[in-house]
Design a binder for this molecule. Sequence first.
Ligand code: XUL
Length: 540
Amino acid sequence: MSFYLGLDSSTQSLSAIVLEVDGDLRRVAFESAIAFDEAFPQYGTRHGVLPSGDPTTAASPPLMWVDALEVMMTRLQRSGLDLRRLSAISGSAQQHGSVYLNARATAAFGSFDPGRPLAEQIRPLLSRDVAPIWMDSSTSVECAEIENAVGGDQALAQRTGSRAFERFTAAQIRKFSKREPSAYAATDRIHLVSSFLASLLVGRHAPMDPGDGSGTNLMDLASCEWWPPAVGSTAPGLAAKLPPIARASTVVGTLSEYWQRRFGLPAANVVAWSGDNPCSLVGVGLVREGRLAISLGTSDTVFGLMREPRVDRTGTGHVFGAPTGDYMGLTCFKNGSLAREQIRDEFGLSWSTFSESLRRTPAGNGGRIMLPWFEPEITPTVLTPGVRRYGLDPGDADGNVRAVVEGQQMAMALHSRWMQVTVDSIHATGGAAANRDILQVMADVFGAVVYQLPVGNSAALGAALRAFHGSATADGAAIAWDDIVRGFVEPLAQGALSPDPVRRATYQELIDVYAACEAHALGHGPDPSTRLAEFASARD
Ligand code: XUL
């Protein structure tokens, strides 16, 4: 019998899942989560992000993630599990965020003092106090500079899987190197959140995996190596500051002395960490092509496995490496859970009264539409935030609840068309996937059967399954992914949500009107009022 630990360092919290595998017996033996704002008020974060006067910048304190890792290990130590059986650990982290370390880090990593908290030992090793994260959209200038230098957006997308995006690590590094050249010069190593946390566990610089590497705009998707033209166009001397890239199943080391002595943990294998979306792909069981998953978390994401990289020519989506060695298509929306919460709070609702509002209102909302851009949006690119309402009274609670949910679902359906996946079923995950009224709108908008999954946190589950896979294949054994995920990711057939044909037809019509509103709001389409009125009168 063995235990496998999966950690997920997301925007707002650190979660852990321990899987027990004993032949055919498979179960979740431990689950825990730490919300950053509540557990570590001393860092002053809101939803895990440092306050900023500029809505386009977003950063978090890396030391808060370190503190969370220690608190989680304490919880594990007190869990009552026989941790001598902990075989392997892997992790998931919010993508794109970067951590900057000085030249002292390399030597210090191997000799942490188990008598002292880790954060205070990491503090002098940072060449930058904060880590820019995926919610940052302040680097449009740097994006344009990088694209121009490598021969344009299509050239960058063909090589790296994405055109330049503001939150991707390359643009963030470039901005830092321009604004703070001496701090950049003092930077010896730049990690992603995933490879930073993996490094702390093994006590030396850990490599990045191709899944998270492809969120940098710096990795050649075909070879899974850094792409010199992109690296050279981003910042001086960058090649020497990047860790190597290793396959996602690589055992990058064993748990260092620090964790063994401070928390009584064994020298378990540590498998390369990855991004939350690549981990979720495994955690929802998408180890084959032909299905989509939708994660309703801080960000809402639509993703699916691809055998071949079909790069999005419209510049909306991304192709990342998948933990299975394949690829994954992904489109990311920034206005996810925080937008839903904003409407819930604005009208003094609970999740249950939010659901009642959804049940009281008709599909299509009588042609009242919301573009839910509370924060700057990633898809489509909206740098100046502001909710846009069409025919919708800002004071109408029921109408706004339906409008935010429909707006999010229609945006996801519209902007995932590039993946060319015929969607007949969707695996739903993330916090809001517990809400069946939201999932019914998803089923009706996509015309697909929506399944809930037994384990809610697919990123932490995916990380634990990756720990299992990496350690099972470490000695060269071949083991199919289907065998790894078996017993953990089977969707709950009972209670699957099927699309209703009449509501589906409504949304097939409405999605074009939604697209017209979007084009109008972005300044490249006519006023959609007539189309909205036609849609509404057809339903009177
Ligand atoms: C994906 C993205 C987000 C973060 C959230 O490209 O930016 O989904 O990974 O944690």
